[in-house]
Ligand binder design. Structure first.
Ligand SMILES: NC(=O)c1ccc[n+]([C@@H]2O[C@H](COP(=O)([O-])OP(=O)(O)OC[C@H]3O[C@@H](n4cnc5c(N)ncnc54)[C@H](OP(=O)(O)O)[C@@H]3O)[C@@H](O)[C@H]2O)c1
Length: 420
C-alpha cells in the first residue's frame, strides 16, 4: 500500500452474499487503502467465515462510530436499510448501498437528504450487479437526450427463460433448477413477477431522464405463468421471450416505463443474453446504440460494483442527477398508449375470457388453431386495469413490440385480435 495514502475505514452492515463478496475482493487486493474495520450483522448464532469478535449485532453502533469513513449497507431488509441509510445521510456521511427496493422506493427523499446534509450515497450495485449502468447514465450521458434505456435486469428470470428455451424445460422445473443453483430465491415472486426489474428501472429513470417514479405506478407483468407453448410459439417466429424492463421516450417527448415479457429477435442484443446474465441497451440521441452485458448478481460481481462505489467516494465522486436539474422529462405511464401483445391461456374458454377483459369488442376466432393463443393490440390502461385478474386466471401476456401512442383514427374492431 502507498504509505502516503490514508486508509479509508469502512463499516459494513450485512455480511451475506454481497458483503462477503466485497470483503473477499479486498482480501485479494490489499493495496487499495481500504479496510473493513467494523461489520454489523443480525443473527448472533450464525456460523461465520471470520472470527466472532469481528461482528457487532447492532448496526446503530456503526452509525454512531465517528472513526468510520464510509458505511456500506448490504442487508436484505429494505425498511431497515432505509432507516440506516437515511440516518447516515442526516449525519452527512458517505454511504454505499446495494438495496434496489429501498433506493427505488425512497430515491427522491434520498437525493434531498444528500443535498440538505452534504452526505453522499452511491448505489451502482443495486442495478444489474456488475454492469456500470448508473454511472454511465449519470456521468457519461449526463446531458445527452436518450431515446430509451431497456434490458434484462433480472438474472433469475432470465435463467428460467433460457433453460425453458434451450432444454425444453417447463416453468416449474426451470425455476427449481435456478433455485438449486442459487440464482433464484426460495420465494421467487420478486424476480418472476417483474418487481425486482421494476425497482431497477425506477432507479435508472432518475439518472436517464431526471424523473422520480413511484415503483407501484409502473406496470409490471412477469413470467410466472409462462409455458413451453409460449416459448415454442416465439421460436416459430425466430424469436425468444425475455423479461424486458424499459424506459422509452415517446414522440411527444414524455417518458414511459414498463416491465413485461417481450418477444425479442436476433437483431436485438438482448437475444443473446442468456442464463443469469443481464444486458442493458442504451439508445442515445447522438451516440447511437450502446450495449452492456454482464453478471447481474453474485458475491464477486456485486462486490465489484460496491468496490467501484467505495473507490469513487474516496475520490469525492457523487451522482450529478444532471437531468433532474436541466432536462427533467414529463412521464406518461399508461394513458393514450398501446402495445401489440401475445396472450395465452391453457383453455380456449380462458383465453376468450381474458380477451374479453382486455378489449370486449375485439375478438376474432381462428378455427385452424387450438384457440388458446392470440395476438392483438391493447391499451396500456386496459392492461393495467385487468393485470390482477389476468394473473389470477393464469393468463400469460407478452408484448410483441414497442409501446406507442394510440393513433387518433379508430382501429377496426374486428382486426384487433387474431387467434394465433
Ligand atoms: N445477492 C446478490 O447477488 C445481489 C445483487 C445485487 C444487489 N443485491 C442486494 O444486496 C443486498 C444484500 O443482498 P445479499 O444477497 O447479500 O443478502 P443476504 O445474503 O441475505 O445477506 C443479508 C445480510 O444482511 C444482514 N442483516 C439483515 N438485517 C440486518 C440488520 N437489521 N442489521 C444488520 N445486519 C442485517 C444479514 O445478517 P445475518 O448474517 O446475521 O443473517 C446478512 O448478513 C440486498 O438489498 C440485495 O437486494 C444482492
Amino acid at each position: 500500500m502507498n504509505p502516503e495514502k490514508p486508509l479509508l475505514r469502512i463499516g459494513m452492515i450485512g455480511f451475506g452474499c454481497v458483503g462477503q463478496g466485497f470483503y473477499d475482493i479486498l482480501q485479494r487486493q490489499p493495496g487499495l487503502g481500504l479496510a473493513v474495520t467494523r461489520i454489523a450483522v443480525k443473527n448472533s448464532t450464525k456460523p461465520r467465515s471470520l472470527p466472532a469478535e469481528r461482528f457487532s449485532f447492532h448496526a446503530d453502533e456503526l452509525l454512531a462510530d465517528p472513526e468510520l469513513d464510509v458505511l456500506v449497507e448490504v442487508i436484505d431488509d429494505a425498511d431497515e436499510a432505509f432507516r440506516l441509510v437515511s440516518s447516515a445521510l442526516r449525519q452527512g456521511r458517505r454511504v454505499v448501498s446495494a438495496n434496489k427496493a429501498m433506493v427505488a422506493r425512497h430515491l427522491a427523499e434520498l437525493v434531498a437528504l444528500q443535498r440538505q446534509f452534504s452526505g453522499t450515497l452511491l448505489y451502482e450495485a443495486a442495478v444489474c450487479g456488475s454492469i456500470p449502468i448508473i454511472r454511465t447514465l449519470d456521468s457519461y450521458f449526463s446531458h445527452e437526450p436518450l431515446r430509451s434505456v431497456s434490458g434484462i435486469f433480472n438474472g433469475s428470470s432470465n435463467y428460467v427463460l433460457t433453460r425453458m428455451s434451450e432444454a425444453g424445460s417447463g416453468y416449474a422445473s426451470a425455476l427449481a433448477e435456478a433455485q438449486a443453483l442459487g440464482f433464484a430465491e426460495t420465494d421467487p415472486t420478486l424476480d418472476m413477477e417483474g418487481l425486482d426489474p421494476r425497482s431497477k428501472a425506477v432507479i435508472l429513470a432518475a439518472h436517464a431522464y431526471g424523473v422520480f417514479l413511484n415503483p407501484t405506478d409502473v406496470l409490471n407483468l412477469g413470467i410466472a405463468r409462462i409455458s413451453a407453448a409460449d416459448i415454442a410459439f416465439a421460436a416459430t417466429q425466430g424469436q425468444k421471450i425475455k423479461l424486458v424492463a424499459g424506459l422509452y421516450r415517446l414522440p411527444n417527448g414524455r417518458v414511459t416505463a414498463l416491465v413485461c415479457p417481450q418477444f425479442v429477435g436476433p437483431e436485438s442484443p438482448l437475444y443473446a443474453v442468456e442464463h443469469e446474465f443481464n444486458g442493458v441497451v442504451i439508445e442515445a440521441e447522438y451516440a447511437g446504440t450502446q450495449f452492456l452485458r454482464g453478471r447481474g448478481a453474485g458475491g464477486l460481481p456485486t462486490g465489484s460494483a460496491v468496490l467501484a462505489d467505495v473507490l469513487a467516494l474516496q475520490r469525492g465522486f457523487r451522482y450529478g442527477y444532471a437531468k433532474q436539474q436541466s432536462a427533467r422529462a414529463e412521464t406518461q405511464l399508461l394513458e393514450g398508449l398501446e402495445v401489440d401483445i401475445y396472450v395465452r391461456h391453457e383453455s380456449a374458454a380462458g383465453l376468450r375470457k381474458a380477451l374479453g377483459w382486455l378489449a370486449p369488442s375485439a375478438q376474432r376466432e381462428n378455427p385452424n388453431t387450438s384457440g388458446t393463443q392470440a395476438t392483438g393490440t391493447v391499451g396500456l390502461e386496459a392492461l393495467w386495469r385487468c393485470r390482477a385478474a389476468l394473473r389470477e386466471a393464469g393468463v400469460f401476456v407478452a408484448r410483441l413490440d414497442e409501446v406507442r401512442p394510440i393513433p387518433q383514427v379508430p382501429v377496426e374492431a374486428e382486426a384487433a385480435y387474431v387467434l394465433a
